[in-house]
Design a protein around this ligand. Structure first.
Ligand code: NAD
Length: 491
C-alpha cells in the first residue's frame, strides 16, 4: 500500500498543479468563463484538483472543432484509421499503470479491478480498430429490374456523455467505435470522476489522432451536458447514465432531432434454481454485486433463490460477503473501496434505514464501514425481501444485495420481469431445457446462463425497457454512428 500511495501521488501531481483542463481542437484550455469546480477523492474527501467548468460556449467551440475536422477524418481510409486506433491502444497499454492509479483515487474503485479496466480500454480500441476497414461495407440486393446497393457513411460529429462508474473503460467503449466509424467527437465526462478522460484524449493525440477529431469539455450535466445535447452540429448522442437522465436528454435533443443511444440503469436478477451448481452460483452472485463496489450497471442486485435452498444459499452468500476486504482502494488486497462521493454514499445508506422498516432482514452489513473518513459502506445482504420493497425495485448502485424467495419457475420469471429495468439477467440451473425456456421469456438485453458477466466483445451490449435504447458491439455500434444509404439502379 505504501508504494502504491507514493506512485499515486506522483501520477496525481500534474492534476494538482494544472487542474483538469478541457481539450478543444488540439489545445488544452480552461473554461471560457474561467469557472472551475473541485473534484474530491472518496478515499478521504480531500480535494484532488480543480476542474474546468465548461458551459454552452465551450461546447459550441468543441462542436465547431469536431465539425471542421469531420470531412478529413471521415475520408481517411479504414486501413489507416485501423493503424491509428491500434497506436492509441498501444499508448493506453504503455500508460496503463498511471490510468489505473488515477482512476482508483478518483473513483474509489479497487486497484485490482482498475488495472484490468485500463487494459480493457486498450482492448476496446483494438476491437474497433480491426473493424474500421469494414465499417463502410454495404451489400447489394437484387430485385426484378433493379439492383440495390447499400452503403454506410459516418453520421457526423457526435456527443459522448459518460457516467462516473468505471469512467475510463466506459469512455473507450463509446469513443472507439465512433472514431472507427469515421465520426468526430465531443466528450462530456461525469463531474464526479473527470481525471482519466483528460489522460485519454491526451494519449490519443500523442498517438497521432489529428486535432479537432476528439474534443473534451468538462462540466455539469445541466450546463455542458445539456448544451451538447442541444447543439445543432452534433448529430447523435451516445449516453451512458441513469434512466431519468436519458429521458431528460431525449427531450433536450428533440428540437434538433438527434439520434440517441442509451445505456441506462438496471435492477438485474440472478436466479438460482435448486439444481444449480451451488458453490459456483454463490461465488458468481457474490462477485457480481460486491466487485467494483456494486457501482456497475450489470451488477446482479436482486438474488432470486428457490425456496428449498434459500436458507442455505443466502447463509453462504452472507458468509462470503462478511469476509470481503473493505479498505483503501490502492491496497492490492482490497475488494471494496469507498463509494464515489458523499452524495452517492448518502443515497446508498438511506436504503439501510428503509429496508428494515419494510420488513427485510439484515443478513450481513447494513451500515457504514467503521474506521474510515471516506465513503466506505459494508457489503450488505438483505434477506426476506419481497419484490414490492424499495430495495428490490430501485437501483441502489452499491454493494447491496436483496435476496428474494421463489417456489416455481413461473414465479421466478414473474419476479424477475416485475421491474422497470431490463439490462442483464443471470440464470443458474443444470437443466438446459429450463434454461432455454426461462431465458426466452426473461426481459433483459443480456443474459448469462451458469456464468457471471463475461463479455465477448462482438456480442451485442445493451438493455431493454428503462435500461436502454440500442446496442453496442461490432456492427451494432456502426449502425448507430453511421447513416445507411440505398441506391437503386434500374437494370
Ligand atoms: P447520471 O445520469 O447522473 O450522469 C451521467 C452523465 O450525464 C454525466 O456526465 C452527467 O453530467 C450527465 N448529465 C446529467 N444530466 C444531464 C443533462 N440534463 N443533459 C446532459 N447530460 C447530463 O449517471 P451517473 O450517476 O453518473 O452514473 C450511474 C448510472 O449510470 C447508473 O444508473 C448506472 O446503471 C448507469 N450506467 C449504465 C450502464 C449501461 O451500460 N447500461 C453503464 C454504466 C452506468
Amino acid at each position: 500500500l505504501i508504494t502504491n500511495l507514493d506512485k499515486a501521488q506522483t501520477y496525481l501531481q500534474r492534476f494538482r498543479k494544472e487542474g483538469v483542463l478541457n481539450h478543444i481542437d488540439g489545445q488544452a484550455m480552461a473554461a471560457d468563463n474561467g469557472e472551475q469546480f473541485e473534484v474530491i477523492s472518496p478515499i478521504d474527501l480531500e480535494p484532488i484538483a480543480k476542474v474546468a467548468r465548461g458551459g454552452a460556449s465551450d461546447i459550441d467551440k468543441a462542436a465547431k472543432a469536431a465539425k471542421a475536422s469531420f470531412a478529413e477524418w471521415a475520408a481517411m481510409p479504414g486501413k489507416e484509421r485501423k493503424k491509428l486506433l491500434h497506436r492509441i491502444a498501444d499508448a493506453i497499454e504503455a500508460r496503463a499503470e498511471e490510468i489505473a492509479f488515477v482512476e482508483s483515487v478518483d473513483t474509489g474503485q479497487a486497484i485490482r479491478f482498475m488495472s484490468k479496466a485500463a487494459l480493457r480500454g486498450a482492448e476496446n480500441f483494438r476491437f474497433f480498430a480491426d473493424r474500421a476497414p469494414m465499417a463502410r461495407d454495404g451489400e447489394s440486393l437484387r430485385a426484378n429490374n433493379q439492383l440495390n446497393i447499400t452503403a454506410r457513411s459516418p453520421i457526423g460529429p457526435v456527443g459522448i456523455i459518460t457516467p462516473w462508474n468505471t469512467p475510463f473503460m466506459l469512455s473507450t467503449w463509446k469513443i472507439a467505435p465512433a472514431l472507427a466509424a469515421g465520426c468526430t467527437i465531443v466528450h462530456k465526462p461525469a463531474e464526479f470522476s473527470p481525471l482519466t478522460a483528460r489522460l485519454l484524449v491526451e494519449i490519443a493525440e500523442e498517438a497521432g489522432l489529428p486535432r479537432g477529431v476528439w474534443n473534451l469539455v468538462n462540466g455539469f450535466g445541466e450546463d455542458a451536458g445539456k448544451a451538447l445535447t442541444e447543439h445543432l452540429d452534433i448529430k447523435a448522442i451516445g449516453f451512458v447514465g441513469e434512466s431519468r437522465t436519458g429521458a431528460m436528454i431525449m427531450k433536450q435533443g428533440a428540437d434538433t432531432l438527434k439520434r440517441f443511444h442509451f445505456e441506462l440503469g438496471g435492477k438485474n436478477p440472478v436466479v438460482v434454481f435448486d439444481d444449480a451448481d451451488f458453490d459456483r452460483a454463490a461465488d458468481a452472485a457474490v462477485f457480481m454485486i460486491y466487485s467494483l463496489n456494486g457501482e456497475r450497471c450489470t451488477s446482479s442486485s436482486r438474488l432470486l433463490v428457490q425456496s428449498s435452498i434459500y436458507d442455505e444459499f443466502t447463509a453462504k452468500v452472507a458468509e462470503k460477503a462478511k469476509n470481503i476486504k473493505v479498505g483503501h482502494p490502492l491496497d492490492p488486497e482490497t475488494v471494496i473501496g469507498p463509494l464515489i462521493h458523499p452524495v452517492h454514499e448518502k443515497k446508498v445508506l438511506s436504503y439501510f434505514d428503509i429496508a428494515p422498516k419494510e420488513g427485510a432482514t439484515v443478513a450481513t452489513g447494513g451500515k457504514k464501514a467503521e474506521g474510515f473518513t471516506g465513503c466506505y459502506v459494508e457489503p450488505t445482504l438483505f434477506t426476506n425481501v419481497t419484490n414490492d420493497m424499495r430495495i428490490a425495485r430501485e437501483e441502489i448502485f452499491g454493494p447491496v444485495l436483496s435476496a428474494l424467495k421463489f417456489d416455481s419457475e413461473e414465479e421466478a420469471l414473474n419476479i424477475a420481469n416485475d421491474t422497470e429495468y431490463g439490462l442483464t439477467g443471470y440464470v443458474w440451473t443444470s437443466d438446459l431445457t429450463r434454461a432455454l425456456r426461462f431465458t426466452d421469456q426473461l426481459e433483459a438485453g443480456m443474459i448469462w446462463v451458469n456464468s457471471e458477466n463475461v463479455r465477448h466483445l462482438p456480442s451485442p451490449f445493451g438493455g431493454m425497457k428503462s435500461s436502454g435504447i440500442g446496442r453496442d458491439g461490432g456492427d451494432w455500434s456502426f449502425d448507430f454512428y453511421m447513416e445507411t444509404k440505398n441506391i437503386a439502379f434500374a437494370t
